[in-house]
Design a protein around this ligand. Structure first.
Ligand code: KIV
Length: 278
């Protein structure tokens, strides 16, 4: 059996300048596939609210939704390090609730780390979780749980003050003990500057250019599972939407034409038994 990826391995990859790969997965089948492909980390993202549950934001996603999908992913027994995403209002109200909910990811979900959104304001929680043995991935820049505060899904850190705040937040999160930090929708030169200013916390970019320590994408985006809007930063490596629609059209046509199922898909029985039936 291959050795499982640990938080220490991710830190070592940062030190060595070895690019880190992360992708989301929400169920056992996808987790098996992405793990077989050799990804370093799997994120059970609260983006499941959008891509699995059909919600227009991640805000309604609950702890129970997240634990359910984390368990599904963990049943794939992946080699990759699995990170569970703490949903909106599972950690913002107070430290004790944040600690209890983060612990649920490890105790019930079975994953090895949690992700939470926010900068300096979440540092006390990051310290508490790491002290309790719960590795934390931070998330700054475009933080979808604050979409109402941010006024939409926009690139962050474009002016001097906002850019400096992202650098300061990243340094504070590193000091607080986060092992990695997602940088979402941040200008590429700023993401590179943040990455270079950190010594132990790996940056994982999404819409943040190639200067980060690693990259993450939502599996449904990368695989082109659905037609319609796709963010500028996504590279579609497959068009599963067309493949799925064509396959199902062919299936429907075969059933209508009674050409499926064929003898090769059917089970035989003894003629003598058949003949005695009335
Ligand atoms: O929920 C999610 O999938 C995420 C990634 C986009 C980083 O937070």
């Amino acid at each position: 059996m291959l050795k499982k990826v640990s938080v220490t391995d991710i830190k070592t990859m940062k030190q060595k300048g070895e690019p880190i790969t992360m992708i989301t997965a929400y169920d056992v089948a996808m987790a098996r596939n992405v793990d077989e492909a050799g990804v370093d980390m799997i994120l059970v993202g609260d983006s499941l609210g959008n891509v699995i549950m059909g919600l227009s934001s991640t805000l309604p996603v609950t702890m129970d939704d997240m634990i359910h999908h984390t368990k599904c992913v963990m049943r794939s027994e992946p080699r990759a390090l699995v990170v569970g995403d703490m949903p909106f209002m599972s950690y913002q109200a107070d430290l004790a609730e944040g600690l209890r909910n983060a612990a649920r990811f490890l105790k019930e979900g079975g994953c090895a780390a949690v992700k939470l959104e926010g900068g300096a304001e979440v540092c006390p929680l990051v310290e508490k979780l790491t002290a309790a043995g719960i590795p934390v991935m931070a998330h700054i820049g475009l933080t979808p749980q604050s979409v109402n505060q941010l006024g939409g899904f926009k690139v962050q850190g474009k002016d001097l003050q906002a850019a400096q705040k992202l650098i300061d937040d990243a340094k504070k999160l590193e000091e607080a003990g986060a092992f990695a930090c997602v940088l979402e929708c941040v200008p590429a030169p700023l993401a590179e500057k943040i990455t270079r200013s950190l010594t132990s916390m790996a940056t994982i970019g999404i819409g943040a250019g190639s200067g980060c320590d690693g990259q993450v994408l939502v599996c449904n985006d990368l695989l082109g599972v659905s037609a319609g809007f796709c963010p500028k930063f996504v590279k579609k490596y497959a068009d599963l939407h067309s493949i799925t629609v064509n396959a199902v059209k062919n299936y429907c046509a075969d059933v209508k034409a009674r050409s499926y199922p064929g003898p090769e898909h059917s089970f035989k029985m003894d003629d003598a038994v058949l003949e005695r039936l009335y």
